[in-house]
Design a protein around this ligand. Structure first.
Ligand SMILES: [Zn+2]
Ligand SMILES: [Zn+2]
Length: 312
């Protein structure tokens, strides 16, 4: 099989984006209707094709010997391990020392406490975990969200958060234009799968409770001040009465600088949320931040470019 065939043939993102249909002029409504009607069938075909056709593992490049809904081998999936760090008890950043105390704060949290109470993450944003996030986000293998959601569920299950009463689970929303472009919100897929894994009534999924009111720039490459300005006022709590006095878990795929999650926490706090945790599958620890943010591999760059091109 030629390299890249998976992505091109089976990506469900290949649907014509509505914007492109609009550019082509007449018959917009019927075209949109047709696309909407075909989308579930297209997704079903993609899923079947991904199961029955062999490929190489997209992480280690060895041939897959088992049927799988994502092109990743069992060894690579088993290599996903929790981060082994001594973390700041508030923001979760790795500390450069081992602590014997129960509450240890990093320098940043000492200077200014975030708007959330604490941050939870499964693992470091590198290696197989990073590739899985990219498979979901840029190459649109939605079943990768099942694996990532299960890992997030492990973290939430092991925390004492919301042990006394159910918590609202709110994924970081995408702006509608971005969601249309990608076809889904990866954070919502992960959150949904995590809540399914957790079962019971301790966590309730409320994806509609937070909305992104305006599109924002990518946070990559911005200074910390620019990042805060970029997202300030971007989020709206749609039903404050449902948030008031509730514990909330805000879900995202990756914790990079925490600016976006902090802004979500700010508006939820203003709406009366009681305790607020942020939970992500992966975390950029500062020690590896330089590598992760600046050494994007050619393959990932190419995959991201294909998604952008498909979306017009
Ligand atoms: Zn592999
Ligand atoms: Zn901290």
């Amino acid at each position: 099989m030629l390299p890249g065939t998976w992505r091109v043939v089976f990506s469900s993102s290949g649907d014509l984006a509505p914007e492109r249909a609009a550019v082509r002029g007449s018959g917009l409504r019927s075209r949109l209707w047709t696309e909407a009607a075909w989308r579930p069938l297209r997704i079903a075909i993609d899923s079947i094709a991904a199961v029955v056709l062999p490929s190489d593992c997209r992480i280690c490049n060895r041939a897959l010997v088992q049927l799988s809904r994502i092109p990743v081998c069992t060894e690579c999936l088993n290599s996903l391990t929790p981060a082994d760090v001594t973390a700041c008890s508030v923001c979760g950043e790795a500390l450069g020392f081992r602590s014997s105390g129960s509450e240890t704060l990093c320098g940043v949290c000492r200077r200014a406490h975030p708007r959330f109470d604490f941050a939870l993450s499964f693992g470091s944003y590198d290696g197989a975990l990073r590739r899985l996030v990219h498979l979901l986000k840029y190459e649109q293998f939605r079943p990768a969200a099942n694996v990532l959601g299960a890992k997030l569920a492990e973290v939430l299950r092991g925390s004492e958060f919301a042990a006394d009463r159910p918590a609202l689970v709110i994924p970081v929303p995408l702006h509608p234009s971005k969601r249309r472009q990608r076809g889904f919100n990866q954070s919502e897929l992960i959150a949904r799968r995590a809540v399914q894994n957790l079962g019971g009534s301790r966590f309730e999924l409320h994806p509609g409770n937070l909305r992104r009111g305006r599109a924002t720039l990518s946070q990559t490459g911005l200074t910390s001040h620019q990042r805060r300005e970029n997202v300030r006022g971007a989020f709206i709590v749609t039903a404050p009465a449902r948030v008031k006095d509730r514990n909330v878990v805000i879900i995202d795929d990756v914790y990079t600088t925490g600016t976006t999650l902090n802004e979500c926490a700010r508006v939820l706090r203003a709406a009366g949320a009681r305790q607020i945790a942020v939970a992500t599958v992966a975390r950029v620890y500062r020690a590896v931040a330089e590598i992760v943010l600046h050494e994007v591999s050619n393959q990932e760059r190419h995959a991201a470019a294909l998604v952008e091109a498909a979306a017009g």
